[in-house]
Design a protein around this ligand. Structure first.
Ligand SMILES: [Zn+2]
Length: 125
């Protein structure tokens, strides 16, 4: 298997491939290496030198070993969302982030209109 590197190509030797498969037994190593190769083709400015390729590939495989966030677990930013709007008591005004963002957009539009109106009525302008 060859990988694009700065100014040429780098060849993954069968010995290296076997070592990766041995070191990352839970990974589909050929599949991951294919993804790494595609990434390098897609990002020509971030391609490595010949000497840097082993470090790049082992780093790629180490990162791939981390559990990926699944669809079942919400993203941290979503889980951390709290409605900042209050109407009277302590209850949040909105039950969803979507409604909250819509409300913020409406408030923002109202504020901009309120700021723009005095200028329109200013007789000196
Ligand atoms: Zn809200």
């Amino acid at each position: 298997v060859t990988f694009p590197v700065r100014g040429g190509e780098w060849t993954l030797e069968p010995d290296d491939l076997e070592r990766y498969i041995r070191d990352f037994p839970k990974l589909d190593v050929p599949h991951e290496l294919g993804s790494a190769r595609l990434w390098l083709l897609d990002h020509p400015l971030r391609q490595k030198t010949q000497a840097g390729m082993r470090r790049f590939l082992s780093g790629w495989l180490r990162r791939s070993r981390q559990p990926q966030p699944s669809a079942a677990s919400p993203l941290p930013s979503y889980a951390a969302w709290r409605c900042p709007h209050r109407e009277g008591g302590d209850l949040p005004l909105h039950g969803s982030r979507w409604a909250c963002e819509r409300w913020s957009a409406i408030l923002e539009a109202r504020r901009e209109r309120a700021e723009a109106t005095p200028l329109l009525l200013d007789p000196s302008s």
